[in-house]
Design a protein around this ligand. Structure first.
Ligand code: ADP
Ligand code: MG
Ligand code: ZN
Length: 417
């Protein structure tokens, strides 16, 4: 038995082998841990499953997941078992004996997660059996099936609206990739009588401009950038503690109100630095990734990266701190091959499991694809998170497309002569 304190982050790493949460996952997990009902709308591929699997493993008691398709269920169950999570699954696609022995494991408290088809769940027998076992969370996956107005309405899903009366103490978490405003209201009404949150998480942040430039002379490039944002609040991210102090000094010498921040500074100083950033105008923090978590300043006007972050997820999270007020904000990353080498080395040092190494390398590769993009950067980023989008006109590539060689030119020349 596990004796150490588990947190969402530790489960993410130890069970799923991921280094960081995707955009949107963290807040959803927090709401569920606090016991709130919610409906989350996130694009396909965004990682909705993890949003309930992590709390399911942390909460006392059973989580019941309702999913409309046997194939989807089997897929999830296989994935969890591959990660060493013991789950049960009951549906009509498997024999009665299997279903009975799966239920025994649930009743004995051996599993934290039970996957069920909705018509199995809503029988009177199952309801009373569930009450005896105690359920801490119900998850409704593909929740758009609840809505009578939607194209995928399932009559069995309509019965799920009785859950809230049978289990007033269990939280209800619903997930879907497709629900317009009316459908969202419909689902939230049916499942938890509107007493819960509706979270819509598209990934695009159109007010953030995206720029990546090859690293040539970090100091010169930073100072040139900073000339354009003089007097505005922003964050400059670097990798080492030493760099935060060095670059903050460079910026101060150039007349910027720059302060270093890293985990090695004393707690009082870190607190003061944060306070100044929040309260004073135009403070620039030169920081390691230790800075940012829990900082909720709406008018951060730029995020500058002196080094390559470790993954697309990390990068998205870091630049996402800028422009929360919706007004334009700049993001700029310097990209150098030395950083790529270093990141690869970090990944192999920090992950003992080969499977985890491979996954982290892929996440880094996604960021490299972004850095080396010759088409709209936002499209590259959003497609990684499962979202389709038109070219943005707010990235360096859209603003100044790389020159394409016009193959018709030489041909015309030949034909003309
Ligand atoms: P959805 O249900 O939103 O379509 P899934 O839950 O099936 O998406 O997840 C899509 C993929 O994203 C899966 O391969 C999953 O392992 C991966 N994924 C989810 N969360 C993370 C994360 N924090 N880091 C890396 N990969 C993730
Ligand atoms: Mg899904
Ligand atoms: Zn673009």
């Amino acid at each position: 038995h596990e004796s150490t304190m588990q947190s969402p982050d530790s489960i993410l790493q130890s069970v799923f082998g991921f280094g960081s949460f995707r955009p949107g996952q963290g807040p959803i997990i927090d709401h569920l841990m606090r016991g709130e009902n919610l409906l989350a709308v996130m694009p396909t591929g965004a990682g909705k499953s993890l949003c309930y699997q992590v709390p399911a493993l942390l909460l006392d008691g059973l989580t019941v997941v309702v999913s409309p398709l046997v194939a989807l269920m089997d897929n999830q169950v296989a994935g969890l078992r591959a990660n060493g999570v013991d789950v049960a699954c009951i549906h009509s696609g498997q024999g009665r004996e299997v279903n009975v022995s799966e239920w025994r494991r649930v009743a004995a408290g051996q599993v934290k997660l039970l996957y069920l088809s909705p018509e199995r769940l809503m029988t009177p027998r199952m309801m009373s059996a569930m009450k005896a076992v105690g359920v801490s969370m119900f998850v409704v996956d593909e929740a758009h099936c609840v809505s009578k107005w939607g194209p995928a309405f399932r009559p069995e899903y309509a019965q799920l609206s009785d859950l809230k009366t049978h289990f007033p103490d269990a939280r209800i978490a619903a997930f879907t990739a497709t629900a317009d405003a009316a459908t969202r209201d419909d689902i939230a009404d049916a499942l938890f009588a509107g007493r819960g949150r509706v979270i819509v998480h598209g990934f695009d942040r159109p007010n953030l401009s995206l720029t990546v430039t090859p690293k040539i002379d970090r100091k010169k490039q930073l100072l040139a950038f900073m000339d354009g944002v003089r007097g505005q609040a922003g964050i400059v991210y670097c990798l080492s503690r030493k760099n935060t102090e060095e670059y903050a000094a460079h910026l101060r010498a150039a007349g910027h109100k720059a302060l270093p921040y890293h985990a090695g500074l004393d707690a009082g100083l870190r607190f003061d630095t944060q306070e100044r950033f929040m309260a004073e105008e135009g403070v620039v923090i030169v920081a390691t990734i230790a800075f940012g978590m829990g900082i909720d300043k709406p008018d951060i006007r730029f995020v500058f990266h002196l080094n390559l972050p470790g993954s697309m997820e990390a990068y998205y999270q870091e630049i996402g701190r800028a422009g929360r007020d919706g007004a334009p904000a700049l993001t700029h990353m310097l990209y150098g091959l030395d950083d790529v080498r270093m990141r690869r080395q970090f990944i192999s040092e920090e992950n003992s499991e080969p499977a985890h190494q491979i996954r982290e390398m892929k996440r880094l590769d996604a960021l490299l694809t972004y850095c080396e993009a010759s088409t709209c950067r936002r499209q590259v980023m959003l497609s990684y998170f499962g979202e389709d989008s038109p070219a943005c006109k707010n990235c360096d590539i859209c603003e100044d497309p790389p020159e394409m060689i016009d193959a018709t030119e030489p041909l015309r020349f030949i034909l003309d002569t």
